[in-house]
Design a protein around this ligand. Structure first.
Ligand code: FAD
Length: 438
């Protein structure tokens, strides 16, 4: 009987899990990659799906297609709900079925979820941006707001529909605000008869005193200037204290005030997924304030050299939750497994090589920080274009994304404006339906 090869289970096919799996391509291992959806997701471009530039397929290729040539991988759909660190198994749930998978080494790369800083009730009226569902729901809400404004006759109601509030002035919030402003001022004018889309207000709110605070003063100021040029109202030092169907309550040094707005979106915080807590309980590992697992320098979970936690769900040296950390830590875990199997010394600490940060504000305008070099404007945008094309998974997706960028950035079109009633309302219906279950 053939000897069983070393079994590696990878949880999550985001940047961390996918790059770890690919790095094990030629290793003498059998990999089971478990992901709660059947697609990999390029999260940095979700905002372009939400604002009608890209289709969801372009940023979310099927995992099994991406890995079809890698014969040592089996891709399984399911959400890992628990791990048994003693028995070395993970429990998985998929629609209508539960199953268990055994491992010799486990790589957990389950990413992060949205955090509403303890106000989860805000989610109903201010969706976050973590998944294709989120992006399509937001797309429906954004384009739907212009449609419903067109039907209104009451000026206050029109204003409420045409006021868009984005909470969180990090890269995602800045990119969203910039794109909605371009929609309102550049793409939609001329398409409505009763409203003028140019009258839309786009308000970007953050509790911090700067936008893009991690990019440093110079780029942060450049980004703010460009947002103002686009007509975005930026409200800094402003804390959101309540969100409801028709508006948002904010608090500043000057007191509390309400902004009437039908369309709100949340790009403000991240927290570790529920699985991180379960792993911490199963292994005795500590978690940081965001719930991320505190790992050893080599990305293993303390006391469990057979379990690696990588990417957004690991807490190590205060590394940020960005794609490069996930990619590099995923590859590091794979490298450690290969060394161990080859009988070479392992346990080397993970060394992160910061390749820089990028954020687009509008077409032809981005800020980029690469080492000591800072770029703003067209140069930053060209860098953004190259980097996103390099990391977008799949040749087909790169080609069609370029075509869509051409339509939106050179032309005035938005090719992906379809949003169905279900995309906008299904989440609410599901929540109500769940309450009625026995
Ligand atoms: C809107 C947005 C914009 C961003 N922009 C940038 C940017 O411009 N630059 C940058 O560097 N970073 C950006 N990031 C951050 C970057 O996307 C993350 O740091 C990166 O995706 C983390 O990779 P990961 O593998 O840890 O997790 P993810 O990529 O989130 O992947 C986690 C995977 O695990 C799966 N999963 C989760 N729980 C389970 C479970 N229990 N069982 C099975 N599967 C599970 C998920 O379906 C997902 O496929 C952005 C993030 C968001 C949300």
């Amino acid at each position: 009987m053939a000897e069983q090869r070393h079994r590696v289970v990878v949880v999550g096919a985001g940047f961390g899990g996918l790059f770890a799996t690919k790095a094990l391509r030629n290793a003498p291992v059998d990999i089971t990659l478990i992901n709660s959806t059947s697609h990999h997701l390029f999260q940095p471009l979700l905002y372009q799906v939400a604002t009608g530039i890209l289709s969801e397929g372009e940023i979310a290729p099927p995992i099994r297609e991406v890995l079809k040539r890698q014969k040592n991988v089996s891709v399984l759909l399911g959400t890992v709900t628990a791990i048994d660190a003693e028995a070395r198994t993970v429990a998985v749930a998929a629609p209508g079925i539960t199953y268990t998978v055994g491992y010799d080494t486990l790589i957990v790369a389950a990413g992060a979820s949205q955090s509403y800083f303890g106000n989860d009730n805000f989610a109903e009226h201010a969706p976050g941006m973590k998944s294709i569902d989120d992006a399509l729901e937001l797309r429906g809400r954004i384009f739907g707001a212009f449609e419903l404004a067109e039907l209104e006759t009451d000026p206050a109601a029109i204003e409420r529909w045409l006021t868009f509030v984005v909470v969180g002035a990090g890269p995602t919030g800045v990119e969203m605000a910039g794109q909605i402003a371009e929609l309102a001022h550049r793409h939609l004018p001329g398409q409505y008869r009763n409203i003028n889309p140019r009258q839309a207000r786009i308000i970007l709110i953050d509790a911090l005193p700067t936008v893009l605070s991690t990019f440093g003063n110079h780029l942060s100021t450049q980004a703010l200037r460009q947002l103002h040029r686009l007509g975005v109202e930026v409200e800094l030092g402003t804390k959101v204290v309540d969100v409801d169907e028709t508006g948002i309550e904010v608090e500043t040094n000057g007191g509390r005030r309400r902004i009437e707005s039908m369309t709100k979106m949340w790009a403000a915080g991240v927290a570790a997924p529920a699985l991180a807590r379960q792993i911490a309980e199963a292994t005795g590992a500590k978690t940081d304030r965001a719930g991320r697992i505190e790992v050893n320098p080599d990305c293993t979970v303390p006391g469990h050299p057979e379990i690696f936690a990588v990417g957004d769900m690991m807490a190590l040296d205060q590394l940020p939750g960005v794609a490069q950390v996930a990619i590099q830590s995923g590859r590091h875990a794979a490298g450690q497994i290969k060394r161990r199997l080859a009988g070479e010394p392992a346990g080397q600490p993970f060394e992160y090589h910061d390749k820089g940060s990028l954020a687009t504000i509008s077409r032809f305008h981005a800020v980029a920080s690469v080492g000591r070099l800072h770029f703003a404007g067209l140069l930053g945008w060209l860098l953004w274009l190259v980097v996103h094309l390099l990391y977008l998974v799949g040749f087909k997706n790169r080609v069609t994304a370029v075509m869509h960028w051409f339509v939106s950035f050179i032309g005035r079109g938005r090719s992906e404006r379809v949003a169905t009633f279900q995309q906008v309302y299904a989440r609410r219906a599901m929540r109500e339906y769940q309450h009625k279950l026995p």
